[in-house]
Design a protein around this ligand. Structure first.
Ligand code: GLY
Length: 369
């Protein structure tokens, strides 16, 4: 098989059709593993059907475990986040035990960011950790969530508060899955692409600023466009995670937008009206930039949720920001891009400063006079 397109902290990443990447990789590595456990998001399975059938035909010791993370007929992008819970982990751990997986089993996780985080967490904790492979099926997971070894779940309305670092044995991102996504889901992933552009790629930022159509109608993007964007975006993440896999310093830069963003995302999740992760961090980036320019506002507003953000009571968002993992000595810290690509700047946010930024953003968006 071909060489990986990227290596992130020792973990190889391939971009391309699963029959040319995942299947040959399994063939090469199969003898190292005692069994395969396929944890798949039911919604993503049809688009991966051909590769999964080929796998099932070749493999006698394959244990499928299908989860429906969004069973409601009125499903909206963002809803799956409500499944990133201990209760769903329990179902997966139970299926692993029932399948009698030993420590040499391999878990294949096929799904978006929620399933990747949860499935990786289940693998990282089962019998003190077994290998897993990520097969991301959303733009958000391909460009961010499936890469870099952060796995975890939400707990008591707090985003990603339980988790671990464990690098996947490999990642196989097939952009063909993108053709099946809702535009709102594509925009959620584009928010992470935009984040990578701000923190490490002025060329990518320029491309996005000159091509608002892509953010307005991402479902019209060509395969060539997705390929180029994914490569540029993943390159930024790969460099940062390879330099600082356990987030001792620089990796905090990948949390740009997430201090306010996680507060907002958790708030909307807690009231049963989830917004997407990307929508939350787009607002987060707007709040965390010291001095957003008209170009920043024009770009980031294209990624915001359909419902007005002013309806979120500030104190309830602020409450949730207290749990951010970057906080030090009870101080709320936002990680923002410095003066050059890959430069990290940390800003301590007092309650007054955070509220000032929130109101500034609402004013910039015309939601507050
Ligand atoms: N998604 C942020 C990180 O991987 O560090």
């Amino acid at each position: 098989m071909s060489a990986p397109d990227f290596v992130v902290a020792g973990s190889p990443i391939w971009l391309g059709p699963l029959d040319q990447t995942l299947l040959p990789w399994i063939e090469t590595h199969r003898t190292a593993y005692s069994a395969l456990f396929l944890l798949a998001d039911a919604k993503a399975v049809p688009a991966g059907q051909a590769a999964l059938q080929a796998l099932a035909q070749r493999e006698s010791n394959l244990h499928p475990c299908r989860l429906d993370l969004s069973p409601s007929p009125t499903y909206q992008p963002g809803d799956a986040e409500a499944s990133k819970t201990l209760a769903v982990c329990e179902r997966v751990w139970k299926a692993m035990v029932d399948a009698q997986l030993d420590r040499r089993a391999l878990v294949l996780v096929l799904g978006g960011g929620v399933l990747g985080d949860l499935g990786g967490f289940c693998a990282a904790t089962y019998k003190r950790g077994i290998d897993f492979v990520q097969i991301p099926t959303t733009l958000l997971a391909m460009t961010d969530a499936a890469l870099g070894g952060k796995v975890g779940i939400n707990f008591h309305d707090i985003k990603n508060v339980l988790g671990a670092f464990r690098q996947p044995a490999a990642v196989f991102a097939d952009p063909a899955f993108l053709n099946t996504l809702h535009p709102r889901e594509l925009r959620s992933g584009l928010a992470e692409v935009v984040k990578h552009a701000y923190i490490g790629s002025p060329e990518l930022l320029q491309e996005l600023q000159e091509n608002h159509h892509l953010l307005k109608a991402p479902e019209e993007a060509s395969a060539e466009t997705w390929n180029r964007l994914l490569r540029r975006s993943i390159a930024v993440k790969a460099r940062i995670v390879s330099e600082d896999p356990l987030e001792g310093g620089l990796r905090a830069l990948l949390n740009f937008g997430h201090t306010f963003g996680h507060g907002l995302e958790s708030y909307f999740l807690s009231i049963g009206k989830p917004i997407t992760h990307g929508e939350a961090i787009a607002m987060g980036m707007l709040c965390e930039l010291d001095d957003p320019t008209p170009a920043d506002v024009a770009l980031l507003r294209l990624l915001l949720p359909p419902a007005p953000l002013a309806q979120a009571p500030w104190l309830r968002v602020w409450e949730r920001m207290q749990h951010d993992k970057k906080n030090e000595h009870r101080q709320i810290i936002a990680a923002t891009p410095g003066d050059a690509p890959f430069a990290l700047r940390k800003t301590a946010l007092s309650p007054q400063e955070a509220q000032r930024r929130w109101q500034r953003c609402l004013r910039l968006l015309g939601e507050l006079q």
